[in-house]
Design a binder for this molecule. Structure first.
Ligand SMILES: Nc1ncnc2c1ncn2[C@@H]1O[C@H](COP(=O)(O)OP(=O)(O)OP(=O)(O)O)[C@@H](O)[C@H]1O
Length: 976
């Protein structure tokens, strides 16, 4: 690969750029060693060369600073030691709550927070991807795990209600629990990394409209299933096998037939104890994901069966026409295997040793297999069981953590794929892994380098083009059409012809000779080809490549597993229903390993292309996984492989954020200080209308206005002249301070400018919100005061109306009463008058006949006898109004009001009255006393009561109960 310094040469600069002054600059920069660790963004390094970049990273590593910005990517150097404070929940919250996280120290949390804010701000494309790359052991899995923890922590912090909190905590637990399970089944100890992921994964964290974590989904790529049966020297099988053999309890050992210290040929280096061997953590996590202990037991039983299967060894058959035999000690192993897998012992042996060949529709041949073939068939069974078990686990995890599609709107994807691999012997697996890395590099190049520069040119930016290493040629070599390595491999599988590795090499050379990325070592005798990847040259061995690509699984072996009595195996190998007119499989449609992998990778790239990418480049500082050891050569090769210098150069001068004027105005219009003039406002409105109605309006004029306004907004924000340019931009050091540029149709800006814009927008929005709140409160206060006033008015009106109505009713009632009273009075008067007239004569007679009558007394003038008789037989009742209620003339009873009860000497009174001629008085007398007095009043009468001098004047002579039986009245009216 060309050296990076040469790539810097590739910039379309004058060659004199690399003259003495450049060298002096470099020396001067490097001489100031004390300050090198302060460069937290490599775009500030001057000049940008691999040497200067490397020095900075080394200086920072020495001061325990592991993250450094490199323009649009973040460089993460693996510390190989646990640094708690670097990933503490407090630090996560600090980055989350910071108004401008980019002003904090570079960290993976800055990238995570940026992605989260992008989702919040709905800047297109809203969905985000964080692509973590780097070679094996560089820290990709660790980084992805930390990112997941970060999102889980901030999701918990953001949930407002208790219910939200519980849901988020539940999802968080499950999402985080998916890690130990997937790592136990998909990671293994390799020469480069004790916990190396042997599969690629893309995790989508699903967020709802309020950016709350509602679920997640996992997609996996190309599990290295060959590791189940073949482990390179000093490497190990998947962690789970060691976990069960080391961590099972006595009971479990009995159940799974796993005695302690049992020897398994597929379990090399089991004497090494690793942190990853913790069985309890895996079981706990499985439980949380909904895999109960009986299902777990079922899984581990199958894994134990696979371990025993590895011990089944065959010996050569003496007669080729006869199937080969089992080795003597393998007989017990096959028994245990079949009992653990629930399959028949005879059938398994038969199908491992004898191949079934179907010719045409009817003809079936049986062919005994060689010892090697038997071994391959055994491995094939183990690999297919493990691969299906892994897929089943991923499906269970997804069922447990995935939210319903209606519950989430956006996602943040975390991609953790295996890093670039180059071993002494590389085969199809490495080709696929390196192809995936090429595709990701291509995505990076396309997104940050190629597309950016093309866009700058289209938008009229005076751009000094930077040459970069475009890996399109290598990608074409691997997957291109019509001829590529993959197409030729697939063709071999489709034709199913017997061809040797050398023949395939010849075919490759012939078909792909025009591609500069393929070559071969003329001195090597083993069939191979060398591919010049962006990260370096890799020598691939051709032997077995075609066969691996076919990944043949003999149907009879699948049938055997379908017939298993084991519950889980039945699920992993369901019996497919026969299609009525089932044709023999189309040869052209044979699904090979590479075609399957290419398909899934294409889908992944499609997702990545529709998201906003964020890159984290993990760097491994030394191959021995030692803390605080920085090996320059090893880091240098990684920096070169990921094209860090080009990235820095483009990022330094470039603008990763691009926003059409229209979108820019919609979002940041409110940052404009002077209010737009009417005509401009109209133009803006027109432009909005234009967005909806293409083809209308004067677009050029609109674009000019929008550009002018956008420029004005940006200048208001960053008053320094150099910070915003609407004319030219150069990829040189003088224009480093330019933060934004207005192109023909778009605003180009740096991340820091976007952050500034966003923070100003947030404060402008909060100011406006405050004003709106104030206005609203004033309006509400006024409205309430008015309402209160209106209510009192209404209340007063209603009250006065009610009173008026009441008075009216009272008046009405009073006049009715008055009328009735008068009527009644008149009637009584009439009655009284009539009665008076009728009884006059009769009464007089009667009274005079009464002994002791006053009249008689008057006539006899015997005062003393009168008094006596009167007091004995007469009771007088009187009352102030001068009314005497009496019974009628027939009923002789006196009725009176008690309180006014007085014994009066009525006769005296009456006499007085008569003597004075004041009134005409008629009295009715009875044996009991006066029964009625009839008088025609001729003036006001005043009775004066005096206490009688008589001894018994106050004594009621008779105690008759008073009964009202009728009444008359005396009207005492003043006569004129
Ligand atoms: N930030 C970190 N802090 C402390 N240790 C780390 C950090 N990153 C990585 N490591 C250490 O490095 C080891 C390898 O990291 P990791 O497994 O993440 O590498 P990888 O890039 O995923 O490798 P592979 O591609 O093989 O899966 C980890 O087991 C861990 O011990």
């Amino acid at each position: 690969m060309a050296s990076t310094d040469r790539k810097v040469n590739g910039l379309k600069r004058h060659p004199s750029c690399l003259n003495e002054s450049y060298e002096e600059q470099r020396k001067a920069f490097l001489s100031d060693e004390d300050k090198l660790h302060l460069f937290d963004d490599l775009t500030k390094v001057n000049p940008v060369t691999t040497a200067t970049v490397l020095k900075c990273l080394q200086a920072r590593y020495a001061t325990e600073v592991f993250y450094t910005n490199a323009g649009c990517t973040l460089v993460a150097v693996n510390p190989f030691q646990s640094i708690f404070y670097l990933y503490s929940p407090e630090l996560m919250r600090e980055y989350h709550l910071a108004s401008r996280p980019r002003e904090l120290k570079p960290h993976i949390f800055t990238e995570a927070e940026q992605a989260y804010r992008n989702v919040q701000s709905h800047i297109e494309p809203v969905n985000q991807s964080i692509i973590v790359s780097g070679e094996s052991g560089a820290g990709k899995t660790w980084t992805s795990r930390c990112l997941m923890k970060f999102y889980a922590t901030i999701a918990a912090a953001n949930s407002s209600s208790q219910m939200d909190n519980d849901t988020v905590a539940r999802i968080e637990k499950r999402v985080l629990d998916s890690n130990p399970v997937m790592e136990a089944f998909g990671n293994a100890c390799t020469l480069r990394n004790n916990n190396s992921s042997r599969f690629g994964k893309y995790i989508q964290l699903q967020l709802d409209g309020a950016q709350l974590l509602t679920g997640a989904s996992v997609q996996t790529y190309l599990l290295e299933k060959t590791r189940v049966t073949h482990q390179a020297h000093c490497e190990r099988n998947f962690h789970i096998f060691y976990q069960i053999t080391k961590g099972a309890s006595k009971e479990e050992r009995r159940e799974w037939n796993l005695p302690e210290r049992a020897d398994f040929s597929w379990l090399p280096n089991s004497e090494r104890n690793l942190e990853e061997d913790s069985f309890e953590i895996t079981k706990d996590a499985m439980l949380h994901l909904g895999i109960d202990s009986s299902m777990q037991s079922n899984i581990f039983k199958i894994l134990s069966g696979l371990l025993y299967m590895g011990n089944i060894q065959f010996s050569d058959s003496e007669d080729e026409s006869q199937p080969c035999d089992l080795q003597e000690n393998a007989k017990d192993f096959i028994k245990t295997t079949t009992s653990l897998l629930g399959v028949s012992e005879e059938e398994l042996l038969e199908k491992l040793k004898v191949r079934t060949i179907t010719a045409g529709k009817q003809q079936v041949f049986k062919k005994p297999c060689s010892r090697a073939e038997c071994g391959m068939r055994r491995d094939c069974v183990a690999k297919v069981i493990y691969a299906r078990l892994f897929d089943w686990l991923v499906a269970v995890i997804n069922r447990s953590i995935c939210a319903d599609s209606s519950e989430w709107t956006n996602f943040i994807g975390l991609l953790d794929v295996y890093g670039f691999e180059s071993f002494p012997v590389n085969n199809l697996e490495q080709l696929c892994i390196n192809y995936a890395n090429e595709k990701l590099q291509q995505h990076f190049v396309a997104h940050y380098l190629k597309a950016q520069q093309e866009e700058y040119a289209a938008e009229g930016l005076a751009w000094s083009f930077i040459s970069y290493q475009d890996n399109q040629c290598c990608v074409d070599l691997i997957e291109g059409s019509p001829s590529s390595i993959f197409s030729l491999l697939n063709e071999e599988c489709r034709l199913n012809r017997s061809s040797s590795a050398s023949q395939f090499q010849a075919r490759l050379e012939k078909a792909l000779s025009s591609n500069p990325c393929i070559s071969r070592d003329k001195f090597s005798k083993t069939p191979h080809f060398i591919v010049s990847h962006y990260a370096g040259r890799v020598n691939y061995h051709i032997e077995d490549m075609v066969e691996k690509n076919k990944d043949p699984i003999p149907t009879e072996l699948i049938q055997l597993l379908q017939d298993s009595k084991d519950y889980l195996l039945q699920q992993l190998f369901p019996v497919e229903k026969e299609q009525p007119n089932n044709k023999t499989p189309n040869r052209a449609a044979v699904v090979t390993v590479v075609s399957k992998f290419k398909g899934s990778l294409d889908r992944l790239m499609h997702i990545l292309n529709s998201t906003t990418p964020h890159y984290i480049r993990c760097i491994k500082p030394n191959m021995d996984c030692q803390a605080m050891t920085f090996k320059k050569e090893e880091v240098l090769s990684q920096l070169e492989a990921c094209g860090i210098v080009e990235t820095i150069n483009i990022s330094a001068a470039g603008f990763p954020i691009r926003m059409p004027f229209q979108n820019f105005m919609e979002r940041y219009q409110l940052l404009r200080k002077p209010q737009p003039s009417r005509s401009e406002q109209e133009l803006y409105i027109n432009s909005c209308a234009f967005k909806n109605k293409k083809g209308l309006g004067d677009t050029v004029e609109n674009a000019d206005t929008l550009r002018r306004v956008a420029h004005e907004i940006l200048e208001n924000l960053v008053p320094e002249q150099s910070a915003v340019s609407s004319l030219h931009i150069k990829a040189d050091t003088q224009t480093r301070n330019v933060l934004a540029h207005c192109g023909k149709t778009k605003v180009f800006m740096t991340h820091s400018m976007l952050e500034l814009l966003e923070s100003r927008r947030a404060s402008a929005l909060s100011e406006r919100a405050f004003s709106i709140q104030c206005c609203w409160r004033t309006y509400r206060r006024r409205k309430m005061a008015k309402q209160r006033q209106a209510a009192s008015l209404i209340q007063a009106a209603v009250r006065s109306w009610l009173i008026r109505m009441h008075i009216k009713r009272m008046h009405k009632a009073a006049s009715i009463i008055k009328r009735a009273w008068r009527k009644w009075q008149a009637k009584l008067n009439a009655l009284a008058a009539k009665e008076l007239d009728d009884t006059d004569v009769e009464a007089e007679k009667y009274i005079s006949s009464l002994p002791g009558s006053p009249i008689q007394a008057t006539q006899t003038s015997a005062n003393s006898s009168f008094d006596k008789a009167w007091t004995q037989s007469t009771v007088l009742h009187s009352w102030p109004l001068g009314m005497v209620l009496t019974p009628g003339p027939i009923v002789r009873k006196v009725v009176s009001i008690e309180s006014f009860y007085r014994n009066l000497s009525f006769l005296t009174c009456l006499k007085t009255l008569q003597q004075n001629g004041l009134s005409k008085v008629n009295t009715n007398w009875s044996a009991d006393g006066i029964t009625s007095i009839r008088a025609l009043p001729q003036g006001s009468i005043r009775f004066r009561y005096k206490k009688s001098p008589l001894l018994y004047a106050n004594v009621h002579p008779q105690h008759h109960s008073c009964r009202i039986t009728g009444f008359n009245e005396i009207l005492l009216e003043k006569t004129k």
